[in-house]
Design a protein around this ligand. Structure first.
Ligand code: UT7
Length: 329
């Protein structure tokens, strides 16, 4: 019997309309457009405005687009995995809420928390469900409403993050296509540099935690930067080496969009020219789990069947990894 591969067969995405520009940030904190552009590559980011709207609303739009593009009924979806660090609520899982909003009434659904690497972890898990032969239609989502956990008086973090969601459909194929290989890593000792101090079981929400601003992202940027540059470049290179892929073999690098300097370092390590690197950080900033599927969504029309694509990420945890995908359509 032929091996079952897990192919990406459709991509969806959603970014909110509101554009938070560097100019507007200048009126909020002590920063400036030039610093943000040169240190991060970001020009603007999207912000989800509106009472009662959360991560699931963006994720549901992206997931519905996937079904519409593929021409399938939401009832055919068997499993939904949502990677996020900004769930609508602590429980139930945002994926459960997405399934309700998008009409995935026959799917089981759950969230994965692996910060900026969340989409890679979720894609790898979803692919394993397909490869096992047990499921035929799995939706994998990366979605974050980062504006819900950002302190807009903290210039070290508020200039970086934005809101957005992307989704892909995974289906079986016996062709040489789909998720070919993955390397996923984590090191929990890195949590000291990037975390949210309160709101979990160690430090539940209280008046004190709110007053101390402990429900926002805490990041020691320089430390994270150093680990990210090394981690993302190393793992991407390792994936190429162990699959005998040269830079010529690779059509696209799809890097997590945290900082243009980290993206450049990864591309350099892989000897890839800029034209092969998907970059939309200038428009959307860092949407955490959303960055990689949002790139695939934006570049979808340029992708060709058989293209070798490397997805690569580094984020809170620490978590990091890279996945080799052979494009299936
Ligand atoms: O996606 C999840 C993983 N996260 C990441 O990968 C983020 C990794 N880290 C980074 O991208 C960068 O560290 C940042 C963009 C967060 C910061 O850039 P940096 O080049 O590491 O800046 P820094 O923190 O070393 O600060 C350099 C200077 C400091 O001033 P002095 O001490 O040199 O006078 C800061 O106070 O820039 C100052 N600064 C700012 N100036 C204007 C810090 N933030 C700002 C700001 N605007 N927003």
């Amino acid at each position: 019997m032929s091996k079952i591969n897990a192919a990406i067969t459709a991509v969806g995405g959603y970014v909110p309309e509101y554009r938070l520009t560097n100019k507007e940030l200048e009126s909020m904190v002590d920063t400036n457009d030039e610093w943000i552009r040169t240190r991060t590559g970001i020009e603007e980011r999207r912000i989800l405005k509106g009472e009662g709207l959360g991560t699931s609303d963006m994720a549901a739009e992206a997931a519905k687009e996937v079904c519409a593009k593929r021409g399938i009924s939401p009832h055919e979806i068997e499993c939904v995995i949502c990677a996020t660090v900004t769930p609508d609520m602590v429980f139930p899982a945002t994926a459960n809420i997405v399934s309700d909003k998008a009409g995935f009434i026959n799917a089981f659904s759950y969230d994965i928390g692996a910060a900026c690497s969340g989409f890679l972890y979720a894609l790898s898990t979803g692919a394993a469900f397909i490869e096992s032969g047990r499921y035929k239609k799995v939706i994998v989502i990366g979605a974050d409403k980062m504006s819900s956990i950002i302190d807009y008086s903290d210039r070290a973090t508020c200039i970086i993050f934005g809101d957005g969601a992307g989704a892909v459909l995974l289906e079986p194929t016996i062709e040489d296509a789909g998720i070919k290989d993955s390397i996923l890593k984590s090191d929990g000792s890195g949590r000291q540099y990037l975390h949210q101090k309160a709101g979990g079981s160690v430090k539940p929400a209280s008046v004190e935690t709110v007053l101390a601003k402990e429900h926002y992202v805490y990041q020691e940027g320089q430390a994270v930067f150093k680990f990210a540059v090394k981690g993302m470049a190393d793992v991407s290179y390792e994936l190429m080496q162990r699959n005998n892929l040269t830079a010529d073999d690779i059509a696209w690098l799809v890097p997590h969009q945290a900082n243009l300097r980290i993206i450049d370092a990864t591309a350099n390590r892989m000897s890839l020219p800029k034209e092969k690197v998907m970059i939309n950080i200038h428009k959307f900033g860092n949407t955490t789990a959303g960055t990689i599927p949002l790139c695939l969504w934006e570049w979808e029309s340029q992708l060709k069947k058989g293209d070798n694509i490397i997805l690569s990420a580094f984020g809170g945890g620490f978590t990091w990894g890279a996945i080799w995908v052979k494009w299936a359509y």
